[in-house]
Design a protein around this ligand. Structure first.
Ligand code: ZN
Length: 472
């Protein structure tokens, strides 16, 4: 009981201290720089040091550092007045249950795992800005007036480094994680289920479905994430609203020719898969840079097979990121070249049209060069749209946050497409989603060079605070 009173005392002192600082701050009295910027930034750096590796950041699914990170996040959630727990897959939850709230909870979140040699903002910024915004609502007493419960979820696995299977945590909550996932092994042969058991979590094929949230108990899911691209920096603004997450196709293309001696086969008699691959890659670049030059629009408004050339060309990106040749020797004309193609766009039908055109170009090029070409589709995921209602609320909140911080009217908050996958993608199977992007330096991510300005961390926290305070 004594400790109970101590907590109340410390709490009321902290309210008084915060209040007096704010009053002296005059115009900035509702900007909460201590909580939303200073503490949030300090926590990002603290979490960025929680790593399984020496000298670089690495936290994979349920590794020792992931457990430490989850515990640290729980203490911050509790400091913000949230009730916390870890679920049967290692996701960390913190929930605020206002006295007169309805049943439907707003979920906020992002991932606590990282890639190898990661930056400290990917995932962490979304978790920490949500906790900071709720801390402000708690300190100001506004959280008791919320009409909905709010729950922050730090997802255990988004990057998929350990088990090569992304969205383990969010897919389980959305109810779309196949039970067979529990038997996927990591490099050391331990399965997902083994790793859970090591951490005293007894999740089985029978009880995995209990992790799924009831759609009727959820109002929506909102995620703050670094942009991981250069657009916000180029327009000079800290925040954007995300229109949707691109759909994706991954293709493996194998070109087979005639292997031979680099010195003896005349140029006119070669069937060289390397130069065929080079031509295919360059033609893919042309196709994806200017799809309108290759795909005709038949309809009256530029509509062709129900997709818009404008939305396709505005969001289409194609990448050849991996190439291998056989036998890979400097004095041998290769016998075979294999490369990957990653195609992403917000327009699913447009993506199919690009693949169809690519396949036609491949036939032409490979016939002319007398090599054989085989295209295999390895992965397909459809695009996900963010909810228009949540987006307009997030847009107003971001606009208000930037205006209050800078005193300037920025016009319109940018609306961007996400080329990267996020937990929101999995959560879209459960509920409507909304996302805010935060500017990161040089658009660099998945690198220790990843960086977000302190004031941009503040803007993100302020925007989420404004969103919660206005709409809940
Ligand atoms: Zn991420």
């Amino acid at each position: 009981m004594a400790s109970h009173y101590t907590i109340i005392l410390i709490f009321s002192v902290s309210i008084a201290a915060t209040a007096s600082t704010l009053l002296s701050d005059g115009l900035k009295n509702d900007l909460f720089p201590e909580i939303l910027r200073d503490v949030a930034v300090a926590r990002l750096y603290e979490l960025g040091k929680v790593s399984d590796a020496d000298g670089y950041l690495e936290r994979t699914f349920l590794s020792p550092a992931s457990i430490r990170a989850g515990n640290l996040i729980r203490t911050w959630m509790e400091d913000a007045g949230l009730t916390t727990w870890m679920d049967g897959l290692g996701n960390v939850h913190g929930r605020i249950q206002p006295p007169n709230a309805s049943k439907k909870a707003l979920l906020l979140g992002s991932h606590l795992d990282t890639v190898v040699d990661a930056g400290m903002f990917d995932g962490a910024l979304g978790i920490i800005s949500a906790i900071s915004a709720l801390k402000v609502l708690n300190v100001t007493g506004r959280s008791r007036n919320l009409k909905h419960p709010v729950e922050v979820i730090a997802f255990c696995d988004e990057e998929g480094v350990r088990f090569q299977s992304t969205f383990l945590g969010s897919a389980a909550i959305a109810g779309v994680l196949p039970v067979s996932t529990l038997q996927i092994p990591d490099k050391s042969g331990l399965t997902v289920q083994n790793v859970l058991r090591e951490n005293l979590i007894d999740t089985t094929e029978e009880n995995l479905s209990q992790l799924k949230y009831d759609a009727d108990s959820v109002l929506g899911y909102v995620e703050v994430h670094i942009e991981q691209g250069p657009v916000l920096e180029s327009v000079g603004l800290p925040l954007a609203v995300v229109k949707g997450i691109a759909g994706q196709t991954r293709i493996k293309l194998t070109v087979r020719g005639s292997q031979g001696h680099a010195g003896t086969v005349p140029m006119s008699m070669r069937q060289d898969p390397m130069v065929a691959a080079a031509e295919l890659i360059v033609s893919l670049e042309s196709l994806c840079k200017r799809p309108q030059d290759y795909i005709s629009s038949n309809g009256p408004d530029g509509q062709c097979n129900a997709f818009s050339i404008k939305s396709l060309s505005g969001s289409l990106v194609c990448t050849v990121g991996e190439i291998s040749t056989w036998p890979s020797a400097s004095n041998v004309i290769p016998g075979q070249v294999t490369f990957t193609i990653d195609i992403r766009t917000i327009d699913d039908i447009g993506r199919e049209a690009i693949i169809y055109e690519l396949s036609n170009q491949m036939d032409t090029i490979c016939d002319r060069r007398s090599v054989s070409c085989i295209m295999e589709r390895k992965h397909d995921a459809n695009a996900v749209s963010c909810d228009a209602g949540l987006n307009s609320q997030l847009k107003s909140a971001a606009y208000a946050a930037i205006k209050r911080m800078t005193g300037e009217d920025i016009g319109d908050v940018p609306v961007l497409m996400s080329g990267a996958g996020h937990d929101a993608m999995a959560m879209s199977h459960l509920t409507k989603i909304g996302m805010l992007f935060v500017r990161c330096r040089g658009g660099i991510s998945h690198s220790p060079e990843e960086h977000v300005l302190e004031d941009d961390v503040w803007a993100a926290g302020l925007a989420i605070h404004a969103f919660l305070d206005t709409n809940l």
